[in-house]
Design a protein around this ligand. Structure first.
Ligand code: NAG
Ligand code: NAG
Ligand code: NAG
Length: 331
């Protein structure tokens, strides 16, 4: 209980005080207190920034579901405009490395036994890259909403006054596979057109690597995905922004042909540990109603109750993954 209150205080008081209290907190988190909720890291989507009101409303719901949850919003820059701009511009190898370094240097996150993770849209595949490449501290449950795990075949249209988006998409006048574009335009790094599969394998600066699609597989990526307790993949039923929407479930969509993950070679040969995770009941395919990122509060509440919170809840989740149990003691 005391730890909860302490964490709550830290959360509202801001990061300066957090640093000052880092010593005592580290001890507290190491005590095997089953009631202490694991910290939660959230990675926002394209065009958003880490301080956005809607994002914080979600974080507040997670905190309300499990009081005392420390919520950390991943950012590429403390300046919100530059953070937003980094959702379009940048090299994802460097962006993921920065998230890893920031989390590893955070006084509370770094000393937590594990963390939970919530990724919105492209933030979902970036958090998966955190798990595969770093995972220090390790992620227990990763929940992604409308993420492009198997890439996109089409770039989104920018709003008429969305100048950052327009500037970014202007880069595409060049070749999407060029190293110029691959090192600068974020969505190009998860562009994956099955019709141009060889170029993708040769040139993708991000997705071909984290999906372990190249001939030489990265064993650590696979081992880290297998270590997850849950990978929860939400697909928006009416998603018109992400093409194809089935990418949220790792499905291969080639023209009109849709191959579910369980029928794909990446699953049968288990390039990424997804089959192993599935066999222990940790791979969850879920749908959310509505268009891209039309998040419903009730669904968020249920998801947070099911997958986040104290360590003991997580253990329950693995042995009986299907039903949503809203334990009264912990809410
Ligand atoms: C992205 O950054 C990494 C690390 O700095 C670098 O090795 C890589 O070449 C860059 N990617 C491209 C396509 O330039
Ligand atoms: C997609 O389909 C095309 C033509 O039907 C084929 O040439 C290509 O190899 C397929 N790509 C993948 C990744 O299966
Ligand atoms: C979600 O949970 C919060 C508190 O945890 C509660 O106030 C709110 O009414 C819930 N919303 C829905 C739609 O269930």
């Amino acid at each position: 209980m005391a730890i909860r209150n302490q964490l709550k205080l830290l959360l509202t008081a801001g990061s300066l005080i957090m640093t000052a209290l880092a010593g005592p907190m580290q001890k507290a988190v190491h005590d095997d207190d089953d009631d202490t909720p694991l910290p939660l890291v959230i990675w926002h989507g394209l065009g958003d920034n880490y301080a956005a009101e809607g994002l914080h409303r979600v974080g507040d719901l997670a905190e309300a579901a499990h009081p005392g949850t420390l919520v950390y919003y991943i950012r590429m820059d403390d300046n919100t405009q530059r953070d937003q701009s980094a959702t379009f511009f940048g090299n994802l190898t460097e962006q993921v490395a920065k998230a890893c370094a920031d989390i590893a240097a955070h006084p509370i996150l770094a000393s937590a036994p594990a963390i939970d993770a919530l990724g919105f849209s492209q933030g979902g595949q970036f958090l998966r890259a955190y798990v595969e490449r770093c995972n220090k501290p390790p992620v227990r449950s990763l929940v992604t909403f409308g993420s492009q795990h198997n890439g996109i075949v089409k770039f989104r249209d920018c709003g008429t006054t969305d100048w950052v988006c327009k500037a970014a998409m202007a880069l595409l006048r060049g070749n999407a596979w060029s190293s110029y574009v691959q090192s600068r335009l974020v969505p190009a790094q998860y562009y994956r057109d099955p019709e141009q599969y060889d170029q993708y394998l040769d040139s993708s600066n991000f997705l071909a690597d984290i999906n372990n699609e190249r001939a030489v597989k990265n064993d650590e990526y696979k081992a880290n995905i297998e270590k997850l307790e849950n990978l929860v993949l939400y697909m928006f039923e009416e998603d018109t922004t992400v093409v194809p929407k089935e990418t949220a479930w790792f499905e291969e969509v080639n023209g009109t042909e849709i191959t579910p993950l369980r029928a794909r070679k990446m699953y049968s040969e288990d390039w990424l540990g997804l089959r192993a995770l599935d066999r222990k009941g940790g791979l969850q395919f879920r749908t959310a109603p509505g268009d891209h990122m039309q998040l419903q509060e009730k669904l968020l509440n249920e998801t947070f109750a099911e997958f986040f919170g104290p360590v003991k809840l997580g253990k329950k989740g693995v042995s009986q993954p299907a039903p949503v149990v809203l334990g009264d003691g912990d809410l």
